[in-house]
Design a binder for this molecule. Structure first.
Ligand code: HEM
Length: 333
């Protein structure tokens, strides 16, 4: 095996970004988008009953790494989802390489990128356990929840990739008022509970991923009611957050994030009820999975912005020419 010479390596790294360039920011966004995408393709596997389209893991069958024609469309769908892991891996590696020169001064970005990269083998193994346990609904549920954690990490990465080194190092007061931060923490806890209960409802429902897969034997109607209960509180807390960002002089970016959060919560709640009353048509179930991913990202975004430092956001807005007043007037609480 030949190794690149030290000079070759130095020449290569010299070409890599030395600041949080457009490439770094673009790759952070690509990480977030791809993490959401794989939830949807994973959903397609479950909703087309292709969960055991590749009955083995890590090979597709005992004798083949890839799916074979006689495995039909289920094999194509399940193997296609496995292939998407390589796209995620390529993005994760590109992210780490793009941060190479920044690894010391931007430890925050580098650590987040490492955590996201580590999430890929972890999810691949959990996906493998899902197949080897014949789609045990609790394992399928954890597989989904780990994806939500990775979406949160990618959302923070997108936000922090916008900051210059000086902005990232600031330790000023948080951007959101104390009450707003408390309300958004409560909303995040409620979102987490709702998502966790959601996967339990799925485990009791009809879309197991394969006709022969076990269910968790809980009552789907009762579980749906339990899952919807914290949503009322979530809607209430987000409504309070909306009032707070509009009644105070919250930064524009924070206000916008809470408006997006409110829109996503309401849409997701509406889709939830609709799919329940229409007896879970696959298109709506897929939309509900997308909604859960978007809500997780929107929630993490609002909470991140409210707890992030004043200077971070004001410096960003000044850089874009959006603000011309002194900081004290802009973010008074
Ligand atoms: C607005 C907040 C909501 C969030 C974040 C949320 C999240 C989730 C999640 C993560 C799942 C599991 C997806 C999966 O395992 O693939 C799920 C499933 C489900 N949710 Fe929600 N949900 C919300 C609201 C609702 C509401 C208001 C209802 C209506 C009663 C509802 C009904 C359902 C049903 C019936 C399932 C099971 C779908 C299946 O069997 O595949 N959800 N939800």
């Amino acid at each position: 095996m030949t190794h690149p010479s030290p000079t070759g390596w130095r020449r290569f790294t010299a070409k890599l970004p030395h600041t949080n360039s457009r490439l770094v920011r673009g790759l952070a966004l690509a990480s977030l988008v791809s993490q959401i995408m794989i939830v949807i393709t994973g959903g397609a596997v479950r909703l087309t009953a292709s969960g055991l389209g590749c009955p083995e893991w890590p090979r597709c069958t005992a004798t083949s790494i890839v799916n074979t024609p006689e495995m039909g469309i289920h094999g194509v769908i399940e193997f296609g989802n496995r292939l998407l892991t390589f796209v995620l891996t390529a993005i994760a590696i590109a992210m780490l390489v793009s941060l190479w020169n920044l690894r010391k001064e931007r430890k925050d970005l580098f650590r987040l990128a490492i955590a996201l990269a580590a999430g890929i083998p972890a999810q691949a193994i959990l996906g493998g356990i899902t197949v080897l346990t014949q789609l045990n609904p609790w394992v399928v549920g954890w597989h989904f929840i780990v994806s939500m954690v990775l979406i949160v990490l990618a959302t923070v990465l997108v936000n922090r990739a916008r900051l210059s080194t000086e902005q990232a190092a600031t330790s000023a007061a948080p951007l959101g008022s104390r009450l707003l931060r408390q309300i958004l923490i409560a909303a995040s806890v409620l979102t987490t509970i709702t998502v966790m209960l959601g996967v339990v409802v799925t485990g009791s429902g009809p879309h197991a991923g394969d006709a022969g897969a076990a269910r968790n034997n809980l009552d789907p109607d009762l579980m749906t009611r339990i899952h919807a209960a914290p949503v009322y509180l979530l809607v209430l807390t987000v409504a309070v957050a909306l009032v707070l960002v509009y009644s105070g002089s919250a930064a524009k970016r924070l206000r916008k994030s809470v408006v997006i959060l409110a829109a996503v919560v309401l849409s997701q709640g509406a889709v939830g009820y609709l799919q329940h009353f229409l007896h879970l048509p696959v298109a709506l179930v897929a939309l509900h999975m997308l909604g859960a991913s978007l809500l997780t990202a929107a929630m993490a975004n609002s909470l991140y912005l409210a707890t992030s430092r004043k200077e971070e956001a004001t410096a960003r807005q000044e850089a874009s020419g959006a603000i011309h007043q002194p900081a004290g007037l802009r973010n008074g609480r």
